[in-house]
Design a protein around this ligand. Sequence first.
Ligand code: FE2
Length: 375
Amino acid sequence: MSTTATATAPTEALDTFPINGTDHLEFYVGNAKQSAIYYQATFGYKLVAYRGPETGSRETVSYVLEQDKIRLVLTSAVVPNHAVGEHVAKHGDGVKILALWVDDCRDAYAKAIERGAESAFEPYEISDDNGKVVMAGIKTYGETVHTLVERSAYEGPFMPGFIAKKSSFPVDPVGLKYIDHCVGNVELGHMNKWVEFYEKVLGFQLLVTFDDKDISTDYTALMSKVVSNGNGRIKFPINEPAAGKKKSQIEEYLDFYQGAGVQHIAVATDDILVTVQKLRDRGVDFLYVPEVYYEDLLDRVGAIDEDLADLRRLNILVDRDDEGYLLQIFTKPVQDRPTVFYEIIQRRGAKSFGKGNFKALFEAIEREQELRGTL
Ligand code: FE2
């Protein structure tokens, strides 16, 4: 038996809820048509599929965008008093569905319900000439849903009901590869409940805990626990606010989102310098970290392959752990409410989350909060 087989076999056997990876993220937005242009023109996602009135969907319209392994779905209601429109009225644009790719949807759903998950919708099968997809939904924090998607037998552009549709202008990808992690903000005192949900229901394991001593500034504090699924491809940090002198960024999120929800989506790149340069050129706004951050950066993180001048110019942050280092940067919120934002991350060995940058980052967020009058 090879070393690899011995090393992976026990983990596979212990995985009580096998998930292949993230299938897609679905946003409910106010104007999917315009959001789709934003993601194509700035982040360089390609339009691949569409569903709307022209294809027989009378009440909602959805655009499906892809870049390497990342798939986003942008959905809006086209009629009044629809659940999608009401979601947007309450929360603003935000992530409704974190879809998980499973091999057997009905089995996964039954297991989740048996272990205490609340149903969002029961398994159903849809099919067209390209094959079939089976889906079911379970509820997670806030009004967010995990759809369990079984698509082994499907060959079409996204799923039955969607037609293939290409971008109508040249789209230049920025080098985004896959979703590294998705962070949820939950109400004060609810973090452990949701960590337990992921452990008990979905068989995730607790990777790391940050308390308010790790994550605090003069004004705000938060606590965070990171859970990960059996094969390690899905990582969900869960944040809750901790008592601070002023309103924490988590409380600001909960106020504007009207409850718990997805705070940020970290997407991985193999070349953060190129990715961030392209995003900046196309008008994506990033949090600003002051010059002083770079003065003793190399003393803090040691030798790195990138040129310090490039990192400083693009305002990219660096952190190191036992296994290597990582480079990261955070966008400002990507919709009008200060809720969902993106992290761009390049891992050079490090498997952690940039703890060494928390303070600089939170101070950057506080400067933004101050401008919004919500600190
Ligand atoms: Fe992150």
